[in-house]
Design a protein around this ligand. Sequence first.
Ligand code: ZN
Length: 313
Amino acid sequence: MQSPINIDTAKTIFSPQLRPIQLSGYSLPANEKLKLRNNGHTVLLELPESLAITGGYAQQYRAVQLHLHWGSPSGPGSEHTVNGHRFAAEIHVVHYNTKYDSFKEAMVHPDGLAVLGAFLEVGPRENPYYQEILEHLYKIQREGEEVLVPGFNIAGLLPANLKLYFHYNGSLTTPPCYQTVKWTVFNQTMVLSHDQMSMLVMSLRNDDSKPLQNNYRMMQDLHRRRVLSSFQTTLFSVKQLPPGSDSSATTEGQSSSSFHAGDVLAVLFGVLFAITALAFLLYIYKHRSQNARLDSPTKSKVIYTAATTENTA
Ligand SMILES: [Zn+2]
């Protein structure tokens, strides 16, 4: 049950029971200072306990810290991959179950931890939320250095769409690698500017005073685990868990009922297309015979345009 894993969207199981992730207390005032630290492995932002996941999980989870994983100037460095694709970087927001007294106590229990993960990519715009972290990195270049940063809306570091995500049971990706993490990996990616991604990749040094880069763990075997998705990843091979089945401990081969929503849609579209094509052919045939009967003056009134074919296809 180790992490990270590759998420194969052709094999994820659509689970309608997965509700949108709800966050509370994530918007922090600037006068609340947060500790940002280079721990030699990553940049880590300590979070106050007022931040919590209040929806999407069966239980409530309280935030502890967030950190990032990244690559190098020559390659990407997300921990999870999707269909074999590695993204430029990845954010992890780490939470523990409120039924335990502390992160330390929670981390050894199977339902102890919840980590929200999102992928970072390079795009055309600067991201103002990530800038709240990145602009301080030059002050913590060496391992062990830390700086206080003003509070901001932490939710801005995560996608706007918290409805679409993958969910599976895994582990911490750094020692002690306890297999106690209920993972949420969002489908929507975050965009950073090219300069911002360079700041993330180039700013920090590790315990050997070498550039802190490629701080992602190698992919782990899925074994018999299932990866659930809160949405349908494919139209024609939709697999769905029967209502009420647990997200984790299910075994293989139970979701193979022969007729799925995807099949119904496929047949429906096929029939619709056939009817449209038939009506279209009839129309052309009728129009042609009309033109043949009438004399040339009416021919200039062209009714048929090629756009119709694109509309129906
Ligand atoms: Zn991590």
